[in-house]
Design a protein around this ligand. Structure first.
Ligand code: CUA
Length: 333
C-alpha cells in the first residue's frame, strides 16, 4: 500500500526504515481513527440530544463498567505502542558487533568524515550496501544533529564527547544528510549526501588514493610524535598503562570504579587524564586539550582500538589491570 514511491515517505534505504514506518503508520491510523470517532460522536450526540420540548437531561452518577472499559482499552493500546517503540529504539541504539566505523566531526557548517582506511571527505559519506556502519560523531563547536531520512536515523552530535548512530544500507543511491539541530546562520546549508554503493564499487572507491595511510596508522604517528609512547609502552608496563588489548575491556580505576574502555573513555583520557586514572598509576599525564584536533583525536582513538583488534598471543588477560595487580575481580559487570 505504502510503496517506496509513495510520495509522502522518503525512500526506505536501511534495514530499520520499514520498521520505523510501520510504527509511524500504525500511530497515524490510530490517531486518525480516534479523531474520526470523536467527531462522529459530537455530531450524532448533538443531533440526538438536542433541546426538545418534553425531553429532560438526567444525571448519571458513574458506571464501573464504562470506567473499566475506558481505562483498560487505552492502557492496552499504550502498552503496545511502548513495547513496539522500545523494540525499535533498542535496535537503533545498539550497533551490531563488527560494524564498519566512520568517524565524523561536525562543525559550523559542514560534516567531515574519516574512514578507518584513511580516506577523508567533507559533506559526502560513501558507504557500501549490506554492511553495518557505525558513525562515531563529535562536534568541534556547538550541537549539531546527524539526520538521514532515508535511513530513519537522527542523532545529536555534541561537543566534548562521542555519540553514535548506526545503519545498514539496503539500496544503492544518493541520500540527503541534514543537520537537524539549529546551529547558527548557515544551519540550513549544513547538508550533505550519503552515497550508498555496491560493495565492489565501494572497494574501488576506497582504494582510490590513501595519501596518509589508515586512520590507525595516522594515530600511531601521532602517538609517537606527541610522546605518548614514552610512557605508554607496548612491550612492557611503563609510567602509563600499556594499551595493548585494552580497548573494549573493563578497566579498574584508582577509585575502585570499573569502566569500559570505549571511544569516550579513550577520548576523555587524552583530554582530561585525571578524570579516570587506572588503578596502580599516578595522575601524571598532561592534558592534550587544545593540542590535538578532533580529527587527530579520532586517529588516536582508532589507533588505541587497533591495538585490540590484532590477534594477540597467549597471556592476554580479559580484564585490564594496573601493574600492582588486581584489587578485585572486575570481570562481572
Ligand atoms: Cu549544524 Cu544545524
Amino acid at each position: 500500500m505504502f510503496s517506496n514511491t509513495f510520495p509522502l515517505w522518503p525512500t526506505r534505504a536501511s534495514t530499520l526504515s520499514g520498521q520505523v514506518d510501520a510504527l509511524f503508520i500504525f500511530l497515524l491510523m490510530l490517531c486518525g481513527l480516534v479523531c474520526i470517532s470523536i467527531f462522529i460522536a459530537i455530531v450524532v450526540f448533538a443531533i440526538r440530544y438536542r433541546r426538545r420540548p418534553g425531553h429532560r437531561a438526567t444525571q448519571i452518577e458513574g458506571s464501573n463498567a464504562v470506567e473499566f472499559t475506558w481505562t483498560t482499552i487505552p492502557a492496552g493500546i499504550f502498552v503496545i505502542i511502548f513495547v513496539w517503540g522500545a523494540y525499535i529504539y533498542f535496535q537503533e541504539r545498539t550497533p551490531p558487533k563488527d560494524s564498519m566505523d566512520v568517524y565524523t566531526v561536525a562543525k559550523q557548517w559542514m560534516w567531515k568524515f574519516q574512514h578507518t582506511e584513511g580516506q577523508r571527505e567533507i559533506n559526502e559519506l560513501h558507504v557500501p550496501i549490506g554492511r553495518d556502519v557505525r558513525v562515531i560523531m563529535t562536534s568541534q563547536d556547538v550541537i549539531h544533529s546527524f539526520y538521514v531520512p532515508a535511513f530513519r536515523i537522527k542523532q545529536d552530535v555534541l561537543p566534548g564527547r562521542y555519540t553514535i548512530a548506526w545503519f545498514h544500507a539496503t539500496r544503492a543511491g544518493t541520500y540527503h544528510l541534514f543537520c537537524a539541530e539549529y546551529c547558527g546562520t548557515n544551519h540550513s546549508g549544513m547538508i550533505g549526501d550519503v552515497v550508498v554503493m555496491e560493495p565492489a564499487q565501494f572497494q574501488t572507491w576506497l582504494s582510490g588514493g590513501q595519501p596518509m595511510g589508515s586512520l590507525s596508522q595516522q594515530g600511531q604517528g601521532l602517538f609517537q610524535s606527541l610522546g605518548c609512547s614514552t610512557c605508554h609502552r607496548l612491550d612492557t608496563q611503563g609510567r602509563g598503562p600499556n594499551l595493548m588489548g585494552v580497548f573494549g575491556k573493563p578497566v579498574l580505576l584508582e577509585d575502585g570504579r570499573t569502566v569500559t574502555a570505549d571511544e569516550n573513555y579513550v577520548r576523555e583520557s587524552i583530554l582530561s587524564p585525571a578524570a579516570k586514572v587506572v588503578s596502580g598509576f599516578k595522575p601524571i599525564m598532561p592534558t592534550f586539550q587544545g593540542i590535538v584536533s578532533e580529527e587527530q583525536l579520532n586517529a588516536l582513538v582508532a589507533y588505541v582500538k587497533s591495538l585490540s583488534a590484532q590477534p594477540t598471543g597467549a597471556g592476554q588477560t580479559p580484564t585490564f589491570r594496573g601493574p600492582a595487580g588486581a584489587k578485585a575481580d572486575t570481570r562481572q559487570r
